[in-house]
Design a protein around this ligand. Structure first.
Ligand SMILES: N[C@@H](CCC(=O)N[C@@H](CS)C(=O)NCC(=O)O)C(=O)O
Length: 260
């Protein structure tokens, strides 16, 4: 199995943590999605027309969404994870679904722009130049629909970043969403649903890692059950799988620049 992932990418972290927790062996191929923009290379578009990371290739099987990779990890983990428990499958699935409804990109980028206001100009400019590059390829592209979809997505990102409510108001919406998610988590035992991990532990650990990285961990500590959630997250960080998965708890800009 080859996992194409990016060090700083949230959804890549989910797939690395899922596969490592399920003890699936895989080769991790790191992509540079920021500077070189490997995700836009024709060889990669042939694998993943959404031009996103992660992508998992296992022979003829190609998974192009972290949620599918998470499901695969859960099925390979079998009874090592609680997902197979008939009584827990549905509550676990509903946590995973609620997690995927959180727009992580908005949370991360809004916070980054609040922290460093010059990014308000840099982000739309960078997205605009990606769009121009994609537009130039449209005429000769084999799969112009995929390129057009990516252009449209980048346009909607620019619109979100540059129009509408203030960054503070946008951030307030995202904070509320994260708090609502935290409120519906079960009170952890060792793991969230008992003495074994589940898909819910994977996505929640990566989410809390992101909150730490962007300086929003107070959403956890100020939560009514902040202390137990924080203890659960400390336990997760001690797991070998967590340590193997390159989950960023602080922003490592030099790794982005050095493409590592
Ligand atoms: N639904 C996808 C989302 C993947 C995604 O948005 N990945 C981001 C990085 S976290 C990406 O590849 N961004 C690069 C781009 O959009 O050009 C998944 O869960 O795998």
């Amino acid at each position: 199995m080859i996992l194409y992932s990016a060090p700083s990418s949230y959804y890549s972290m989910i797939s690395r943590l899922a596969l490592n927790t399920a003890q699936v062996s895989f080769e991790n191929h790191y992509m540079d999605i920021h500077v070189r923009k490997d995700q836009l290379a024709p060889w990669y578009i042939a694998l993943n027309p959404h031009m996103t990371v992660p992508t998992l290739v296992d022979g003829k099987i190609i998974l192009i969404d972290s949620q599918d990779i998470l499901h695969l990890a859960a099925s390979l983990a079998g009874n090592q994870w609680l997902d197979v428990d008939v009584n827990l499958a549905s509550p676990i699935e509903s946590i995973v679904k609620a997690h995927y409804a959180i727009p992580i990109e908005r949370l991360t980028f809004c916070k980054a722009m609040m922290h460093l206001p010059i990014l308000k100009y840099i982000f739309p400019h960078a997205l605009g130049s990606i769009m121009k590059g994609l537009e130039a390829r449209l005429a000769s592209a084999k799969d112009s629909a995929a390129l057009q979809a990516k252009i449209d997505l980048n346009q909607s990102r620019i619109t979100y970043f540059t129009q509408g409510a203030s960054l503070q108001a946008k951030m307030a919406v995202e904070r509320k969403r994260v708090s609502a998610y935290l409120n519906q988590l079960p009170t952890p035992n060792h793991f969230l649903f008992g003495d074994k991990p589940s898909s819910a532990d994977i996505v929640t650990a990566v989410l809390l890692g992101r909150l730490k990285m962007i300086g929003e961990y107070a959403l956890v500590t100020n939560n009514a059950r902040g202390a137990v959630l924080d203890q659960w997250f400390s336990r997760m960080q001690q797991e070998t799988a967590f340590q193997q998965s390159d989950i960023w708890l602080r922003f490592q800009w030099w790794r982005i620049l050095l493409k590592r």
